[in-house]
Structures are given as structure tokens and as C-alpha cells.
Write a protein that binds this ligand. Structure first.
Ligand SMILES: *[C@@H]1O[C@H](CO)[C@@H](O)[C@H](O)[C@H]1NC(C)=O
Ligand SMILES: *[C@@H]1O[C@H](CO)[C@@H](O)[C@H](O)[C@H]1NC(C)=O
Ligand SMILES: *[C@@H]1O[C@H](CO)[C@@H](O)[C@H](O)[C@H]1NC(C)=O
Ligand SMILES: *[C@@H]1O[C@H](CO)[C@@H](O)[C@H](O)[C@H]1NC(C)=O
Length: 379
């Protein structure tokens, strides 16, 4: 009898131990998930659950550098993209700051930045691995115009041998092949720039900063030769909204704010990430849009989209994988063709149209998602 009781007691003890263990595991799992959810954009990743095991983050380093390349993308460039790479030469200037060299900029270098013909990081501190250009400008969001100005000046004096000059922030993702194929139709001799066109502040519209914008060679030349040293044309102050200041300046030196929508009227430069589209419908964006006629509320963006804002390092790798690696089996893609190069005269006519066109009428939002968190307008 006593042996039996003793045995029962031991069984009870064992059971309790097991239950305790199960609870412990469950709790730790929940905590891990919660941490992952609150992982903010600017914070280095802290969850041990992320990134997946194929990504080796060195946790002893607070910057959590990748020690292996997740993708070898050099093998994935098709013939047409290869040809474009040589024909439509794009210099990428990424604005960054010492605080985000490790959390954002380095991941641009390892993802989309590697597909630029030339990649330059403009910052205020030098960084060997990143290869930054350290400019003597004030740091901070309110001084972004000063940094952009100085960056463009640096690019103009050191890099003449490119057709197009892209400005991106370190939270912008760019599909370089789509940028090139869009630009292919235009001559870089045309005074034009493209981006996500907003309707306020500047008569011809201006390009929202976060989605990035691309200046033709001629546009950069006009900015430097006519605007840069004449403060009555282009602001020479450090303070200012970078995108609005550039927009005013571009208009003043006769650079047209181009239309980069696709044949369905869908935008190619997006001031938010596709990863936000379905969860945080960016309602703030609607009243800013220059073009409003696209009535598509489910289709986030053009199939030939060029850029996305509000992307973080995780998004860079996710987008790289989805765009360059993932294929649906048995779903073939149509034969791709380069667009026709437009004759100079035709391009000039388009530019004239863009200089004088008015923002399209604001329409009430169709099928706006309700009660969704809004993204802040930003540059
Ligand atoms: C990527 O692939 C190319 C072609 O197969 C190869 O030459 C190159 O060394 C690879 N790069 C890396 C970093 O693995
Ligand atoms: C600056 O631009 C204004 C307006 O176009 C012009 O009148 C003035 O002569 C320019 N100043 C210089 C120094 O070029
Ligand atoms: C801006 O331009 C004005 C007038 O040309 C000049 O007096 C001023 O020193 C310039 N400011 C800077 C920061 O270069
Ligand atoms: C609006 O939607 C309809 C139906 O899908 C489509 O036929 C039409 O082309 C769209 N309009 C624009 C401007 O995209």
C-alpha cells in the first residue's frame, strides 16, 4: 500500500513537472512573437526567431550585420536586363545617416543597390565597409535639403558618365530593371525628372522624397548650372523639406515633373511599401496624388513598379526574394520587350504637357479600408 502511494506521489510530481515545462515553452513562444510584432523599423532586430536560419546575424555585434549573402543575384540577370544595364546607366545616390548605416544602408548595398551602375551613400560620417561620402552638412530630418543639395553637387562634380541620377533614402526599395526599362524610352538630354508626383506646394507638382526620384542628366546639369548658386532660384538654406525645395527648384530651371504611370494609370513610384498596402491602407496618400483617375483599390501598384518607400532591412530581403527568386510553377510570363525609344521631338512635347498640366480632380476614396492605422506623410 505504501509503495503504491509513494509511486502515485512520484507520478503526480512528474505530471506537474511536465505541465510546468509545457507552460514555460508556451510562454516563451508567446513572448518571442510579441517581440517580433513590436520590432520597430529603426531598431536593430532583436528577436532570436528572426531572421530565418539561413541568415546568419552576428548577435555579438550590435549592428547585426549579415555575414552571408542571402542571394547571389548576379546569376539572375537576364539578357535584356544585362543590355539595359549597359545602355541606360543609372547612378544611385542614397541618403543615409550614421545612425542607420548598419541597420538600413548596408542592406541596400547587399540588395537592390548592387544593381545600380554606381552606388553612392551620402552621409556625414565615413564608413569604410559602406563606402560613404562624408559631407560637411547638418544631420537630421529638417536639414535633409542641405544634404540633398550637397549630395547632388558631389555627384555632379565627380560622376559625369551616367544618364540618370536616382536619389533614394535608406528606407527606399528600388527595382532597378524596371527603372531602366521605364527610362529607356526617354533621352537623358530631356530636362525631366520622375517620381511619385504630389499635387501640393509646386504648380507643376513635385516628387515625394521617400519614393525616390530620378533626374535626367540634363536636369542635373540645369540644377547645378542655373539653380545651385543662385539663391533666388533654388534655396541655398540647409533647412527645408527636401522634396518640395527640389520641386520648386526643378520648376524654376525648366525641368518638367514627368508622368511615370503605366498604361493602366497605376503608379510606378510608390510612397509606401507593398507590404503595408493591405494592412495599413495609406489614406494620407490619396489627397496628395497628382493623378487620381486610377480607380483600382485592390491593385496596389503597377506591375512594373519602380520604387517603394517605408521599407526596412527585412523588407529589402523579402522583396529581393519575391522579385528575383520566387516563381509560381507552370505560370509562364509573356515575352518581354524593351519600350520604343521616343523621338526627341515627341519627348519635348510630353515635357511641355507635364509642365502645364493641372492635378486631376480629387475623387472621394473608393473602398477605403476603415479603422486602419495611417502612415504619416513623410519625405
Ligand atoms: C555568384 O554567382 C556567380 C556566377 O555563378 C559567381 O561567379 C560568383 O562568384 C557568385 N558570387 C557569390 C558572392 O557567391
Ligand atoms: C539669379 O536668378 C535671377 C532670376 O532668374 C536672375 O535675375 C539673376 O540675374 C540671377 N543671378 C545670378 C548671379 O546669376
Ligand atoms: C545664400 O545666398 C545668399 C544670397 O546669394 C548669400 O548671402 C548666403 O550667404 C547664402 N547662404 C549660404 C548658406 O550659402
Ligand atoms: C476603372 O475600372 C474599370 C473597371 O475595372 C476599368 O475598365 C477602367 O479602365 C478603370 N479606369 C481607369 C482610369 O483605370
Amino acid at each position: 500500500m505504501s509503495i503504491f502511494r509513494h509511486h502515485r506521489k512520484r507520478m503526480e510530481l512528474l505530471l506537474m513537472l511536465l505541465i510546468g515545462l509545457a507552460w514555460g515553452i508556451l510562454l516563451s513562444e508567446l513572448l518571442q512573437r510579441a517581440r517580433w510584432q513590436f520590432d520597430e523599423e529603426d531598431q536593430p532586430y532583436q528577436s532570436s526567431n528572426y531572421p530565418p536560419s539561413s541568415y546568419m546575424w552576428s548577435t555579438s555585434d550590435p549592428s547585426y550585420q549579415l555575414t552571408t549573402m542571402p542571394n547571389n543575384l548576379t546569376t539572375d540577370r537576364g539578357d535584356l536586363a544585362e543590355r539595359l544595364f549597359k545602355e541606360t546607366r543609372v547612378l544611385c545616390m542614397v541618403l543615409t545617416s550614421p545612425k542607420t548605416h548598419r541597420t538600413r544602408a548596408i542592406h541596400i548595398k547587399r540588395t537592390w543597390g548592387s544593381r545600380c551602375n554606381e552606388l553612392i551613400f551620402v552621409s556625414t560620417k565615413s564608413d569604410k565597409e559602406l563606402g560613404t561620402v562624408a559631407l560637411k552638412v547638418k544631420e537630421g530630418y529638417s536639414n535633409l535639403w542641405g544634404k540633398t543639395r550637397a549630395g547632388l553637387q558631389y555627384v555632379y562634380t565627380h560622376f559625369q558618365n551616367y544618364d540618370w541620377f536616382l536619389k533614394a533614402d535608406d528606407d527606399t526599395y528600388v527595382v532597378m530593371e524596371n527603372l531602366r526599362s521605364f527610362l529607356y524610352a526617354f533621352t537623358p538630354k530631356a530636362p525631366v525628372y520622375f517620381g511619385s508626383k504630389f499635387r501640393v506646394h509646386v504648380k507643376q507638382g513635385y516628387m515625394s522624397g521617400g519614393a525616390g526620384y530620378v533626374l535626367s542628366k540634363e536636369a542635373l546639369l540645369r540644377f547645378m548650372e542655373h539653380g545651385f548658386s543662385n539663391s533666388s532660384i533654388c534655396s541655398n538654406r540647409s533647412i527645408g523639406f527636401e522634396d518640395v525645395e527640389l520641386g520648386r527648384c526643378m520648376q524654376a530651371v525648366g525641368v518638367a515633373a514627368g508622368d511615370s504611370r503605366d498604361e493602366h494609370g497605376l503608379a510606378r513610384f510608390m510612397p509606401f511599401s507593398p507590404l503595408h498596402w493591405f494592412s495599413d491602407s495609406p489614406n494620407w496618400y490619396r489627397p496628395y496624388r497628382f493623378y487620381t483617375s486610377s480607380n483600382s483599390t485592390n491593385d496596389c501598384c503597377s506591375n512594373s513598379a519602380i520604387s517603394f518607400h517605408y521599407s526596412n532591412a527585412k523588407d529589402f530581403y523579402v522583396l529581393d526574394y519575391v522579385i528575383y527568386k520566387l516563381r509560381a510553377f507552370g505560370v509562364s510570363r509573356p515575352q518581354e520587350q524593351l519600350p520604343m525609344k521616343q523621338p526627341f521631338q515627341e519627348v519635348m512635347e510630353s515635357l511641355q504637357k507635364w509642365r502645364t498640366s493641372k492635378p486631376e480632380k480629387l475623387t472621394p476614396a473608393i473602398g477605403d479600408h476603415k479603422n486602419k492605422q495611417k502612415l504619416k506623410p513623410n519625405t
